[in-house]
Write a protein that binds this ligand. Structure first.
Ligand code: ATP
Ligand code: MG
Length: 215
């Protein structure tokens, strides 16, 4: 539909939320594929804030995850990165992400939240589940090792959720962290600039180490 009185169509914005610790080619393929299939104008990557619970202490600093996301997406004119979750104190809830993006981008923006099948299956346990479907359309992308079919989403509003098959990349951030810790390469699993950033910052090495960003 037309978004305003001067005939501009509504901006179709994909939203790719994640911890991105680190961002890898599975994330990038998912965003690229959904952008093409849903005719999106842009996909904004939104790294989560720093989890405040002790159980999640191993998550890399938000600024490192934010910068890696910027590095990995910089060359694609359709991709952008938002700090809304990094800058909001406390845990990240998708309902807050979508509310903030709607506020920043305007009420006419059409939001398409992109999520892997593993995350989508937990959607009803997310805070503000009822409101989520008023804020965005949800696109669940296939992920190797995760079984999800139409009956798993039968309880979700059919006009608000779409499952799509994307080229399978059996890559996870967990595997990238573990490979780095054991001295295995992450070349070609993550963009070159991310291999270099991980090395430069000493991320995912065993032991304590100072991960503060200086200067
Ligand atoms: P971790 O292993 O630390 O959980 P991850 O690889 O799952 O990391 P996240 O940052 O947790 O990455 O994922 C962000 C989003 O990207 C989630 O919706 C997740 O399902 C999706 N995703 C991650 N990897 C893939 C992949 N290889 N293919 C499709 N979707 C993916
Ligand atoms: Mg994950």
């Amino acid at each position: 539909g037309l978004a305003d009185g001067v005939g501009r169509p509504a901006w179709r914005l994909g939203v790719m939320g994640g911890t991105f610790d680190p961002i890898h080619h599975g994330h990038l393929v998912a965003a690229s594929e959904v952008a093409a299939r849903f005719d999106l104008d842009e996909v904004v990557f939104v790294p989560t804030g720093q989890p405040w619970q002790k159980a999640h202490k191993k998550v890399s600093p938000a600024e490192d995850r934010y910068l890696m996301t910027v590095i990995a997406t910089a060359s694609n004119p359709q991709f952008s990165v938002s700090r809304v979750d990094v800058d909001r104190p406390g845990d990240t809830y998708t309902v807050d992400t979508l509310r903030d993006l709607r506020r920043v981008r305007g009420p006419e923006t059409q939001l398409y939240f992109i999520t892997g099948a593993d995350a989508l299956s937990q959607i009803l346990t997310w805070r503000g589940a009822e409101e989520l479907f008023e804020l965005a359309h949800f696109v669940g992308v296939s992920r190797p090792g995760v079984e999800l079919d139409e009956k798993d989403i039968a309880h979700l509003p059919a006009d608000k959720v779409t499952l799509i098959e994307i080229p399978a990349l059996s890559i996870s951030s967990t595997a990238c962290r573990e490979r780095t810790a054991s001295g295995l390469p992450t070349w070609y699993l993550v963009p070159d600039g991310i291999v270099q950033y991980i090395s430069k910052r000493g991320l995912y090495r065993e032991g304590p180490g100072d991960k503060e960003i200086h200067g």
